[in-house]
Design a protein around this ligand. Sequence first.
Ligand code: ATP
Length: 227
Amino acid sequence: MANPVLQGTDLVVERAGERILDGVSIAVPADATLLIQGPSGAGKTTLFNILGLLDVPTSGSLVIDGRDASSLSERQRAVLRRDLIGFVFQDFQLIPDLTVRENAALPQEHAGERDDAWLNRLFEALGISDLTEQYPPTLSGGEKQRVAIARALANRPAVVLADEPTGQLDPDTAEAVLDLLFETKAQAGTALVVISHDRQLTGRFPQTLTLRDGKLFEERRAAEQGP
Ligand SMILES: Nc1ncnc2c1ncn2[C@@H]1O[C@H](COP(=O)(O)OP(=O)(O)OP(=O)(O)O)[C@@H](O)[C@H]1O
């Protein structure tokens, strides 16, 4: 197997005297479509923040795209984050006074590499080509999440991390947004890691890991379970 794009080893996170992640090891292949699920309070957001280089673990190591992120400065981590990771958040986190196109282009602007042809392909794939000059407050929840997906993929990151990306959407829209996320991640050639408490999503993913009591477990599909 090719080297994983993201590899966490023995990740421990302690906050306020509590152990939130208790030795999590995870290897995300470069073409992964992976769901990490777990009940509320299991530590999903904590793990998301560690994998996204938004927070540092108490101990353990994290290697992203062959680079050891454990010993980097905040500035160096910010550069890796910008170049290698796309984020999709439950609450979209769009900037209201920038147009759809300007929002989606933000990662490219930060990296100093504007590529409108790629943005246009993403807008088309996501069905939002007609909305590019609109502002987020005029969009529906599903449309906002599509813009957020375009933004996450704007830089063709090595990995897209999505934290409850369907949490604010009705079931039909959630289904459609998930389909688009799968399609566009395949087009962009990135790994996708979705974090969610929604057990309904499990059947949609080829691989599911469950976070429980700060530890990560592999789920085996019923069809794959031996006698
Ligand atoms: N900075 C912190 N200081 C103290 N406790 C924290 C901190 N961050 C998280 N926790 C605690 O760690 C536990 C896991 O939190 P986390 O937000 O990662 O869980 P989660 O699985 O994402 O939950 P939810 O699905 O409800 O968002 C919770 O009990 C939370 O209160």
